[in-house]
Design a protein. Structure first.
Length: 367
């Protein structure tokens, strides 16, 4: 597909034609003779008209302008040189073209403008070089913009992959971990050898699935940029409110985790981002307690604080060996991002009695 002529191309051609005609008039009024004024104006206009094709055939247009400069110093040559610098990809080719123009400057001056003195030659040469350098600088800037746009697009794709990875963790890890723990509980409480064998297989398959998911998440987030502040992020399909928190606690109880829930902070109606994030914190805290402190007494507390809400998941020291299930820290990393995007803080770490605490403080924006 050919390059279409733009309004800018027409404007450059018209401006070059007007400047060329003015130059011919000035040359005639300076005593250089009026006999060839018509021929020179025609040469200037022809060179300017060629500029309409300068983006499609930059080298050919430049060559034609140089030839016409032996009839009259074509102003359009400067625009043609700028286009060669901006449009020709090869620096060697465009450099050779500008050297050819510089080499032709002296014989063209001898043929058309020698009576005006050597100053005209030097000025023409400098303007020729300046036009080419300006075009080359424009090409460098355009290439830098294209690289920046490509980098931004790749960063956006990497960010989307990371977001999907976090969603994958939130959706899959929670369910698989509970399934593995329940299978282990079943294996230790049943007397049926076949049931015990099947429960062990379920547990092993769940562990393998979590390990494979961790590898996938690592690959997806390897080149992900830091999330931009002020973006809301995805909330997934997380339910919110006291009923959702109680449902999460009941899932943990089914897996053998004694959980006590205390909710003294009312949720919004309908639930907002803060309420959904509170549910995320509870889900992550209970899942971690089931993985790393199975059987430990666990407390979920959602209480109001000044201009916000605080949610704490606190488990006592484990009463059974940890399950060994892990997803490489993706859960806490994604949760921390969610909390910080809402202007809150997330704390996590061991407690003095030997347990573990996950606590988030989230502000509520008043309407």
């Amino acid at each position: 597909m050919g390059v279409q002529v733009s309004r800018a191309d027409v404007l450059v051609a018209v401006s070059s034609g007007a400047a060329g005609a003015l130059l011919v008039v000035l040359r005639g009024s300076s005593g250089l003779g009026w006999a060839t004024v018509g021929v020179e104006v025609a040469a200037q206009l022809a060179a300017s008209a060629l500029l309409l094709a300068r983006r499609r055939y930059p080298l050919a247009v430049l060559g034609a302008c140089v030839v016409l400069s032996f009839v009259s110093p074509a102003v359009a040559t400067l625009a043609a040189l700028y286009t060669v610098g901006a449009e020709v990809r090869s620096a060697r080719t465009s450099g050779a073209a500008v050297l050819g123009v510089v080499a032709a400057t002296w014989p063209a001056w001898r043929a058309t403008a020698e009576p005006s003195g050597p100053t005209t030659l030097w000025v023409a040469t400098l303007m020729t070089l300046f036009a080419y350098v300006a075009g080359r600088a424009e090409r460098s800037r355009a290439e830098a913009d294209r690289r920046a746009a490509a980098s931004a697009e790749e960063a956006a794709r990497a960010g989307e992959r990371a977001r999907l990875a976090r969603e994958l963790h939130d959706v899959v890890s929670h369910r698989v971990s509970y399934a593995v723990v329940e299978a282990e509980v079943l294996a230790t409480t049943t007397e049926d050898a076949d049931v015990r064998r099947l429960a062990d297989e379920i547990g092993a398959s769940g562990r393998a699935a979590l390990a494979e998911m961790r590898q996938v998440l690592t690959a997806l987030t390897a080149d992900a940029p830091e999330p931009a502040r002020g973006t809301s992020g995805s909330t997934g399909g997380t339910s919110a409110g006291p009923a959702a928190i109680e449902a999460l606690a009941e899932e943990a109880r089914t897996a053998g985790q004694p959980v006590r829930v205390r909710v003294s902070s009312p949720s919004s109606s309908p639930p907002d981002l803060v309420d959904r994030t509170v549910a995320r914190v509870v889900g992550e805290g209970l899942t971690n307690a089931v993985r790393h402190a199975p059987g430990a007494a666990t407390t979920v507390d959602v209480s109001p604080v000044e201009d916000g809400v605080r949610v704490t998941v606190d488990n006592a020291p484990p009463t059974s060996p940890p399950t060994g299930l892990t997803t490489g820290g993706f859960g806490l990393a994604g949760l921390r991002e969610r909390v910080e995007l809402l202007g809150g803080t997330l704390e996590s770490g061991p407690t003095p009695p030997g347990g573990y605490r996950l606590r988030a403080t989230l502000p509520r924006r008043t309407p």
